[in-house]
Design a protein around this ligand. Sequence first.
Ligand code: B12
Ligand code: SF4
Ligand code: SF4
Length: 352
Amino acid sequence: MFIKPNKSLKQKISDLAHKEGLSDIGFTNPKLDPEEFKNFKDFINKGYHGQMYWLNNNIGWRENPKLMWEDVETIIVFAENYYKGGNPLADINIKDKANISIYARGDDYHNVLKKKLKAVASQIIKLVDKSEVKVFVDTAPIMEKNFAQKAGIGWQGKHTNVLSKKLGNWIFLGLIFTNIKIEIDNPEINHCGSCSRCLEVCPTNAFIAPYKLNAKKCISYLTIEHKGPVDIELRSQLGNRIFGCDDCLAVCPWNKFSKKSNELKYSNNLVDKLDLNELANLDDFQFKKLFRKSPIKRIGRNRFVRNVLYAIGNSGDLKFKNTLIKLTKDNDLTIVDAAYWAIREIKKNGKK
Ligand code: B12
Ligand code: SF4
Ligand code: SF4
Protein backbone atom coordinates (compact mmCIF):
# COMPACT_ATOMS: atom_id res chain seq x y z
CA MET A 1 0.00 0.00 0.00
CA PHE A 2 1.32 3.47 -0.84
CA ILE A 3 0.21 6.70 0.68
CA LYS A 4 2.05 9.96 0.16
CA PRO A 5 4.69 10.78 2.76
CA ASN A 6 2.58 12.34 5.39
CA LYS A 7 4.17 14.53 8.04
CA SER A 8 1.09 14.82 10.12
CA LEU A 9 0.66 11.04 10.25
CA LYS A 10 4.25 10.78 11.45
CA GLN A 11 3.55 13.40 14.10
CA LYS A 12 0.40 11.60 15.19
CA ILE A 13 2.31 8.32 15.61
CA SER A 14 5.03 10.11 17.58
CA ASP A 15 2.37 11.63 19.83
CA LEU A 16 0.89 8.18 20.44
CA ALA A 17 4.33 6.89 21.41
CA HIS A 18 4.87 9.71 23.86
CA LYS A 19 1.42 9.17 25.34
CA GLU A 20 2.47 5.57 26.06
CA GLY A 21 5.56 6.89 27.85
CA LEU A 22 8.02 5.63 25.21
CA SER A 23 11.27 7.58 25.16
CA ASP A 24 12.06 7.90 21.48
CA ILE A 25 10.78 6.99 18.04
CA GLY A 26 12.28 6.84 14.54
CA PHE A 27 11.14 5.75 11.08
CA THR A 28 13.08 3.80 8.47
CA ASN A 29 12.62 1.51 5.47
CA PRO A 30 13.06 -2.28 5.66
CA LYS A 31 16.40 -2.33 3.77
CA LEU A 32 19.38 -3.58 5.71
CA ASP A 33 22.89 -2.46 4.75
CA PRO A 34 24.48 -5.60 3.14
CA GLU A 35 27.63 -4.99 5.20
CA GLU A 36 25.62 -5.55 8.41
CA PHE A 37 24.32 -8.88 7.20
CA LYS A 38 27.84 -9.88 6.19
CA ASN A 39 28.97 -9.07 9.74
CA PHE A 40 26.11 -11.12 11.15
CA LYS A 41 27.01 -14.13 9.00
CA ASP A 42 30.65 -13.79 9.98
CA PHE A 43 29.59 -13.89 13.66
CA ILE A 44 27.64 -17.13 13.05
CA ASN A 45 30.32 -18.74 10.85
CA LYS A 46 32.94 -18.16 13.54
CA GLY A 47 30.65 -19.80 16.10
CA TYR A 48 30.52 -16.71 18.37
CA HIS A 49 26.82 -17.41 18.99
CA GLY A 50 27.61 -20.53 21.06
CA GLN A 51 24.42 -22.47 21.79
CA MET A 52 22.12 -19.71 20.47
CA TYR A 53 21.39 -21.87 17.41
CA TRP A 54 18.08 -20.04 16.92
CA LEU A 55 20.06 -17.01 15.68
CA ASN A 56 20.68 -19.01 12.51
CA ASN A 57 16.96 -19.76 11.94
CA ASN A 58 15.18 -17.87 9.15
CA ILE A 59 18.43 -16.10 8.44
CA GLY A 60 17.00 -14.71 5.17
CA TRP A 61 14.46 -12.69 7.18
CA ARG A 62 17.32 -10.92 8.92
CA GLU A 63 18.83 -9.95 5.59
CA ASN A 64 15.52 -8.89 4.10
CA PRO A 65 12.47 -8.34 6.35
CA LYS A 66 10.27 -8.40 3.24
CA LEU A 67 10.80 -12.16 3.10
CA MET A 68 9.03 -12.33 6.45
CA TRP A 69 6.26 -9.91 5.42
CA GLU A 70 6.33 -8.76 1.82
CA ASP A 71 4.01 -5.77 2.41
CA VAL A 72 6.20 -4.09 4.99
CA GLU A 73 7.09 -0.56 3.83
CA THR A 74 8.15 1.17 7.03
CA ILE A 75 9.80 0.05 10.24
CA ILE A 76 8.99 2.25 13.22
CA VAL A 77 11.58 1.85 15.96
CA PHE A 78 10.91 2.71 19.60
CA ALA A 79 13.33 3.18 22.48
CA GLU A 80 12.22 2.43 26.03
CA ASN A 81 14.36 3.87 28.82
CA TYR A 82 14.87 1.42 31.71
CA TYR A 83 17.46 3.31 33.77
CA LYS A 84 16.64 3.14 37.47
CA GLY A 85 19.11 5.75 38.69
CA GLY A 86 22.16 5.08 40.86
CA ASN A 87 25.20 2.96 40.04
CA PRO A 88 24.21 -0.30 38.31
CA LEU A 89 27.51 -1.87 39.42
CA ALA A 90 27.08 -0.99 43.11
CA ASP A 91 26.45 -4.64 44.09
CA ILE A 92 29.21 -6.44 42.23
CA ASN A 93 31.56 -6.33 45.20
CA ILE A 94 29.04 -7.54 47.80
CA LYS A 95 30.21 -11.12 47.42
CA ASP A 96 27.53 -12.92 49.45
CA LYS A 97 24.68 -11.17 47.62
CA ALA A 98 23.44 -11.78 44.11
CA ASN A 99 24.02 -9.26 41.37
CA ILE A 100 21.29 -9.20 38.76
CA SER A 101 21.51 -7.04 35.68
CA ILE A 102 19.35 -3.96 36.09
CA TYR A 103 17.29 -4.85 33.03
CA ALA A 104 15.98 -7.89 34.90
CA ARG A 105 15.32 -6.42 38.35
CA GLY A 106 11.74 -5.49 37.57
CA ASP A 107 8.95 -6.80 35.35
CA ASP A 108 9.83 -8.49 32.05
CA TYR A 109 10.33 -5.80 29.39
CA HIS A 110 9.08 -8.12 26.68
CA ASN A 111 5.60 -7.88 28.20
CA VAL A 112 5.71 -4.25 29.34
CA LEU A 113 7.07 -2.85 26.07
CA LYS A 114 4.98 -5.08 23.84
CA LYS A 115 1.82 -3.86 25.56
CA LYS A 116 2.77 -0.26 24.82
CA LEU A 117 3.62 -1.03 21.19
CA LYS A 118 0.34 -2.89 20.75
CA ALA A 119 -1.50 0.17 22.09
CA VAL A 120 0.28 2.39 19.54
CA ALA A 121 -0.25 -0.15 16.73
CA SER A 122 -3.97 -0.44 17.42
CA GLN A 123 -4.28 3.35 17.00
CA ILE A 124 -2.19 3.40 13.80
CA ILE A 125 -4.62 1.09 12.01
CA LYS A 126 -7.43 3.48 12.90
CA LEU A 127 -5.53 6.37 11.33
CA VAL A 128 -5.03 4.84 7.87
CA ASP A 129 -7.58 2.84 5.94
CA LYS A 130 -6.43 -0.73 5.06
CA SER A 131 -3.26 -0.33 7.04
CA GLU A 132 -1.68 -3.31 8.76
CA VAL A 133 0.87 -3.58 11.55
CA LYS A 134 3.07 -6.18 13.25
CA VAL A 135 4.77 -5.70 16.61
CA PHE A 136 8.19 -7.08 17.57
CA VAL A 137 10.18 -6.97 20.80
CA ASP A 138 13.44 -8.92 20.87
CA THR A 139 12.35 -12.37 19.83
CA ALA A 140 11.92 -12.20 16.01
CA PRO A 141 14.81 -12.67 13.53
CA ILE A 142 15.19 -8.95 12.88
CA MET A 143 18.36 -6.90 13.16
CA GLU A 144 16.80 -4.54 15.69
CA LYS A 145 19.96 -2.58 16.50
CA ASN A 146 20.75 -1.89 12.84
CA PHE A 147 17.24 -0.63 12.14
CA ALA A 148 17.41 1.52 15.29
CA GLN A 149 20.55 3.22 13.98
CA LYS A 150 19.00 3.64 10.52
CA ALA A 151 15.92 5.21 12.13
CA GLY A 152 18.09 7.72 13.98
CA ILE A 153 17.43 6.37 17.50
CA GLY A 154 21.14 6.08 18.27
CA TRP A 155 24.29 4.33 17.13
CA GLN A 156 25.69 0.86 17.74
CA GLY A 157 28.56 1.49 20.12
CA LYS A 158 31.78 -0.48 20.46
CA HIS A 159 30.01 -2.60 23.11
CA THR A 160 27.57 -3.54 20.27
CA ASN A 161 24.51 -1.99 21.95
CA VAL A 162 22.60 1.04 20.71
CA LEU A 163 23.16 4.22 22.65
CA SER A 164 21.88 7.71 22.16
CA LYS A 165 23.03 11.21 22.93
CA LYS A 166 19.70 11.88 24.62
CA LEU A 167 19.29 8.66 26.61
CA GLY A 168 22.66 6.93 27.04
CA ASN A 169 22.57 3.14 26.65
CA TRP A 170 19.92 1.92 29.12
CA ILE A 171 17.31 1.45 26.43
CA PHE A 172 15.30 -1.46 25.10
CA LEU A 173 14.26 -1.54 21.47
CA GLY A 174 10.88 -2.40 20.01
CA LEU A 175 9.63 -2.34 16.43
CA ILE A 176 6.36 -1.87 14.58
CA PHE A 177 6.26 -3.02 10.96
CA THR A 178 3.59 -1.42 8.80
CA ASN A 179 2.46 -1.50 5.19
CA ILE A 180 2.08 2.31 5.27
CA LYS A 181 4.89 4.12 3.50
CA ILE A 182 6.03 6.89 5.83
CA GLU A 183 8.79 9.44 5.37
CA ILE A 184 11.98 8.03 6.89
CA ASP A 185 14.42 9.67 9.29
CA ASN A 186 18.17 10.15 8.88
CA PRO A 187 20.41 7.50 10.39
CA GLU A 188 22.45 8.42 13.47
CA ILE A 189 26.23 8.59 13.10
CA ASN A 190 28.72 6.98 15.46
CA HIS A 191 29.91 9.10 18.39
CA CYS A 192 32.22 6.61 20.17
CA GLY A 193 35.34 8.43 18.97
CA SER A 194 38.54 7.20 20.60
CA CYS A 195 36.77 5.93 23.73
CA SER A 196 37.28 2.24 24.56
CA ARG A 197 36.06 2.03 28.16
CA CYS A 198 33.52 -0.70 27.48
CA LEU A 199 36.12 -2.92 25.79
CA GLU A 200 38.58 -2.58 28.65
CA VAL A 201 36.18 -3.23 31.53
CA CYS A 202 34.78 -6.56 30.29
CA PRO A 203 35.57 -9.18 32.99
CA THR A 204 35.87 -12.04 30.49
CA ASN A 205 37.58 -10.22 27.59
CA ALA A 206 34.59 -11.05 25.42
CA PHE A 207 35.31 -8.39 22.78
CA ILE A 208 37.45 -9.65 19.92
CA ALA A 209 37.67 -6.10 18.59
CA PRO A 210 35.60 -2.92 18.83
CA TYR A 211 32.00 -3.73 17.72
CA LYS A 212 32.74 -7.46 17.73
CA LEU A 213 31.57 -9.64 20.57
CA ASN A 214 32.33 -13.31 21.12
CA ALA A 215 29.01 -14.04 22.81
CA LYS A 216 30.37 -17.39 24.06
CA LYS A 217 32.52 -15.45 26.56
CA CYS A 218 29.93 -12.83 27.51
CA ILE A 219 28.53 -13.20 31.04
CA SER A 220 25.10 -12.28 29.78
CA TYR A 221 25.22 -15.28 27.42
CA LEU A 222 26.81 -17.59 30.01
CA THR A 223 24.26 -16.85 32.73
CA ILE A 224 21.13 -16.60 30.54
CA GLU A 225 21.54 -18.59 27.33
CA HIS A 226 24.19 -21.23 27.97
CA LYS A 227 22.88 -24.64 29.01
CA GLY A 228 24.95 -27.11 31.04
CA PRO A 229 28.23 -26.43 32.83
CA VAL A 230 30.13 -23.20 32.13
CA ASP A 231 33.82 -23.60 31.21
CA ILE A 232 35.91 -23.86 34.37
CA GLU A 233 38.22 -21.00 33.27
CA LEU A 234 35.28 -18.59 33.00
CA ARG A 235 33.49 -19.43 36.25
CA SER A 236 35.65 -17.32 38.54
CA GLN A 237 35.17 -14.28 36.29
CA LEU A 238 31.41 -14.38 36.75
CA GLY A 239 31.85 -13.01 40.30
CA ASN A 240 28.38 -12.62 41.80
CA ARG A 241 26.69 -11.90 38.45
CA ILE A 242 23.94 -14.50 38.38
CA PHE A 243 21.76 -13.10 35.60
CA GLY A 244 23.08 -10.83 32.85
CA CYS A 245 25.89 -8.31 33.06
CA ASP A 246 26.00 -4.51 32.95
CA ASP A 247 29.71 -3.76 33.14
CA CYS A 248 30.31 -2.59 29.56
CA LEU A 249 27.12 -0.53 29.57
CA ALA A 250 27.73 1.05 32.96
CA VAL A 251 31.07 2.63 32.06
CA CYS A 252 29.83 4.41 28.93
CA PRO A 253 30.36 8.17 29.27
CA TRP A 254 27.17 8.94 27.31
CA ASN A 255 25.17 7.70 30.30
CA LYS A 256 25.65 11.14 31.82
CA PHE A 257 22.55 11.97 29.77
CA SER A 258 20.54 9.03 31.14
CA LYS A 259 17.48 9.96 33.15
CA LYS A 260 15.44 7.80 35.47
CA SER A 261 12.79 5.83 33.59
CA ASN A 262 9.19 6.86 34.13
CA GLU A 263 8.15 3.19 33.90
CA LEU A 264 7.75 2.00 37.48
CA LYS A 265 7.41 -1.63 36.39
CA TYR A 266 11.16 -1.72 35.73
CA SER A 267 12.04 -0.48 39.18
CA ASN A 268 9.87 -2.57 41.46
CA ASN A 269 13.13 -4.04 42.77
CA LEU A 270 11.57 -7.43 43.15
CA VAL A 271 14.99 -9.00 43.02
CA ASP A 272 17.43 -6.49 44.54
CA LYS A 273 20.25 -7.66 46.86
CA LEU A 274 18.96 -11.19 47.16
CA ASP A 275 20.77 -13.53 49.49
CA LEU A 276 22.71 -16.24 47.66
CA ASN A 277 21.81 -18.82 50.28
CA GLU A 278 18.08 -18.26 49.87
CA LEU A 279 18.38 -18.37 46.07
CA ALA A 280 20.40 -21.60 46.09
CA ASN A 281 17.67 -23.27 48.16
CA LEU A 282 14.78 -22.39 45.84
CA ASP A 283 12.84 -25.36 44.54
CA ASP A 284 11.04 -25.27 41.21
CA PHE A 285 7.76 -24.01 42.66
CA GLN A 286 9.39 -21.26 44.73
CA PHE A 287 11.54 -20.20 41.77
CA LYS A 288 8.51 -19.82 39.49
CA LYS A 289 6.62 -17.91 42.17
CA LEU A 290 9.46 -15.48 42.95
CA PHE A 291 10.22 -14.71 39.31
CA ARG A 292 6.74 -14.98 37.83
CA LYS A 293 6.87 -11.44 36.42
CA SER A 294 10.59 -11.31 35.73
CA PRO A 295 12.60 -12.23 32.61
CA ILE A 296 14.56 -14.54 34.93
CA LYS A 297 11.77 -17.13 34.94
CA ARG A 298 12.69 -18.10 31.35
CA ILE A 299 15.95 -19.81 32.38
CA GLY A 300 14.27 -22.15 34.87
CA ARG A 301 15.31 -23.17 38.37
CA ASN A 302 18.19 -25.47 37.43
CA ARG A 303 20.18 -23.01 35.30
CA PHE A 304 19.48 -20.30 37.84
CA VAL A 305 20.74 -22.36 40.79
CA ARG A 306 23.82 -23.31 38.71
CA ASN A 307 24.60 -19.56 38.42
CA VAL A 308 24.00 -19.00 42.13
CA LEU A 309 26.44 -21.83 42.95
CA TYR A 310 29.16 -20.25 40.80
CA ALA A 311 28.59 -17.00 42.70
CA ILE A 312 28.81 -18.86 46.02
CA GLY A 313 32.09 -20.43 44.90
CA ASN A 314 33.37 -16.96 44.05
CA SER A 315 32.28 -15.56 47.42
CA GLY A 316 34.88 -17.73 49.18
CA ASP A 317 32.52 -17.79 52.16
CA LEU A 318 32.29 -20.89 54.38
CA LYS A 319 28.83 -19.92 55.64
CA PHE A 320 27.35 -21.58 52.54
CA LYS A 321 28.80 -24.99 53.46
CA ASN A 322 25.52 -26.75 54.39
CA THR A 323 23.73 -25.53 51.28
CA LEU A 324 26.58 -26.71 49.09
CA ILE A 325 26.64 -30.15 50.65
CA LYS A 326 22.86 -30.42 50.18
CA LEU A 327 23.14 -29.48 46.49
CA THR A 328 25.79 -32.12 45.77
CA LYS A 329 22.80 -34.49 45.96
CA ASP A 330 20.55 -32.50 43.59
CA ASN A 331 18.81 -34.32 40.72
CA ASP A 332 20.38 -32.00 38.15
CA LEU A 333 23.95 -33.04 37.28
CA THR A 334 25.02 -29.50 36.30
CA ILE A 335 23.99 -28.35 39.77
CA VAL A 336 25.90 -31.22 41.36
CA ASP A 337 29.01 -30.27 39.35
CA ALA A 338 28.59 -26.58 40.31
CA ALA A 339 28.18 -27.46 44.01
CA TYR A 340 31.40 -29.54 44.05
CA TRP A 341 33.21 -26.77 42.15
CA ALA A 342 32.03 -24.18 44.71
CA ILE A 343 33.21 -26.39 47.61
CA ARG A 344 36.67 -26.69 45.99
CA GLU A 345 36.86 -22.93 45.36
CA ILE A 346 35.93 -22.11 48.96
CA LYS A 347 38.48 -24.60 50.28
CA LYS A 348 41.11 -23.07 48.00
CA ASN A 349 40.41 -19.36 48.47
CA GLY A 350 37.90 -19.19 51.26
CA LYS A 351 37.79 -17.08 54.37
CA LYS A 352 37.13 -19.19 57.46
C1 B12 B 1 21.51 -12.49 20.63
C2 B12 B 1 21.31 -11.34 21.58
C3 B12 B 1 22.18 -11.25 22.68
C4 B12 B 1 23.44 -12.11 22.79
C5 B12 B 1 24.52 -11.53 21.84
C6 B12 B 1 24.77 -10.02 22.06
C7 B12 B 1 25.06 -9.20 20.83
N1 B12 B 1 26.02 -8.30 20.91
O1 B12 B 1 24.38 -9.32 19.81
C8 B12 B 1 23.76 -11.99 24.31
C9 B12 B 1 23.09 -13.11 25.08
C10 B12 B 1 25.24 -11.98 24.67
C11 B12 B 1 23.05 -10.67 24.64
C12 B12 B 1 23.42 -9.88 25.71
C13 B12 B 1 22.82 -8.65 26.00
N2 B12 B 1 21.70 -8.15 25.43
CO1 B12 B 1 20.85 -8.93 23.85
N3 B12 B 1 20.01 -9.46 22.24
C14 B12 B 1 20.28 -10.38 21.37
C15 B12 B 1 19.31 -10.31 20.18
C16 B12 B 1 18.21 -11.35 20.41
C17 B12 B 1 19.94 -10.51 18.80
C18 B12 B 1 21.19 -9.63 18.55
C19 B12 B 1 21.99 -10.14 17.40
O2 B12 B 1 21.47 -10.29 16.30
N4 B12 B 1 23.26 -10.46 17.64
C20 B12 B 1 24.14 -11.00 16.63
C21 B12 B 1 25.41 -10.18 16.50
C22 B12 B 1 26.09 -10.54 15.18
O3 B12 B 1 25.05 -8.83 16.48
P1 B12 B 1 26.03 -7.66 16.91
O4 B12 B 1 26.93 -8.00 18.03
O5 B12 B 1 25.15 -6.49 17.10
O6 B12 B 1 26.89 -7.59 15.57
C23 B12 B 1 27.04 -6.43 14.80
C24 B12 B 1 28.37 -5.79 15.06
O7 B12 B 1 29.30 -6.80 15.35
C25 B12 B 1 28.64 -5.12 13.74
N5 B12 B 1 30.05 -5.11 13.36
C26 B12 B 1 30.85 -6.15 13.15
N6 B12 B 1 32.07 -5.72 12.81
C27 B12 B 1 32.05 -4.39 12.80
C28 B12 B 1 33.03 -3.46 12.55
C29 B12 B 1 32.71 -2.11 12.63
C30 B12 B 1 33.79 -1.13 12.36
C31 B12 B 1 31.40 -1.68 12.96
C32 B12 B 1 31.03 -0.25 13.05
C33 B12 B 1 30.41 -2.65 13.23
C34 B12 B 1 30.76 -3.98 13.14
O8 B12 B 1 27.93 -5.87 12.74
C35 B12 B 1 27.13 -6.86 13.34
C36 B12 B 1 25.80 -6.87 12.63
O9 B12 B 1 25.20 -5.58 12.69
C37 B12 B 1 18.77 -8.83 20.31
C38 B12 B 1 17.33 -8.62 19.84
C39 B12 B 1 17.25 -8.56 18.32
N7 B12 B 1 16.34 -9.26 17.75
O10 B12 B 1 18.04 -7.87 17.68
C40 B12 B 1 18.94 -8.55 21.83
C41 B12 B 1 19.39 -7.16 22.25
C42 B12 B 1 20.57 -6.78 21.39
N8 B12 B 1 19.89 -7.36 23.62
C43 B12 B 1 19.69 -6.36 24.40
C44 B12 B 1 20.21 -6.24 25.72
C45 B12 B 1 19.57 -5.18 26.61
C46 B12 B 1 21.26 -7.07 26.15
C47 B12 B 1 22.12 -6.90 27.43
C48 B12 B 1 22.44 -5.47 27.77
C49 B12 B 1 21.40 -7.60 28.62
C50 B12 B 1 22.24 -7.68 29.89
N9 B12 B 1 22.38 -6.59 30.64
O11 B12 B 1 22.75 -8.72 30.23
C51 B12 B 1 23.39 -7.72 27.05
C52 B12 B 1 24.48 -6.85 26.40
C53 B12 B 1 25.74 -7.59 26.06
C54 B12 B 1 26.51 -6.91 24.92
N10 B12 B 1 27.66 -6.34 25.21
O12 B12 B 1 26.03 -6.93 23.78
C55 B12 B 1 18.92 -5.26 23.70
C56 B12 B 1 19.89 -4.11 23.36
C57 B12 B 1 19.22 -2.75 23.32
C58 B12 B 1 20.20 -1.72 22.83
N11 B12 B 1 20.16 -0.56 23.44
O13 B12 B 1 20.94 -1.98 21.91
C59 B12 B 1 18.35 -6.01 22.42
C60 B12 B 1 18.23 -5.18 21.15
C61 B12 B 1 16.95 -6.53 22.85
C62 B12 B 1 15.89 -5.42 22.82
N12 B12 B 1 14.88 -5.56 22.00
O14 B12 B 1 15.97 -4.44 23.52
N13 B12 B 1 22.08 -10.38 23.72
S1 SF4 C 1 27.89 -7.76 29.17
FE1 SF4 C 1 29.62 -8.09 30.59
S2 SF4 C 1 30.65 -9.94 29.88
FE2 SF4 C 1 29.26 -9.26 28.23
S3 SF4 C 1 30.54 -7.99 26.93
FE3 SF4 C 1 29.62 -6.59 28.40
S4 SF4 C 1 31.09 -6.48 30.11
FE4 SF4 C 1 31.65 -8.26 28.86
S1 SF4 D 1 31.96 3.14 26.40
FE1 SF4 D 1 32.91 4.45 24.83
S2 SF4 D 1 33.39 3.05 23.14
FE2 SF4 D 1 31.94 1.98 24.47
S3 SF4 D 1 29.96 2.43 23.57
FE3 SF4 D 1 30.30 4.01 25.13
S4 SF4 D 1 31.25 5.70 23.98
FE4 SF4 D 1 31.37 3.90 22.68
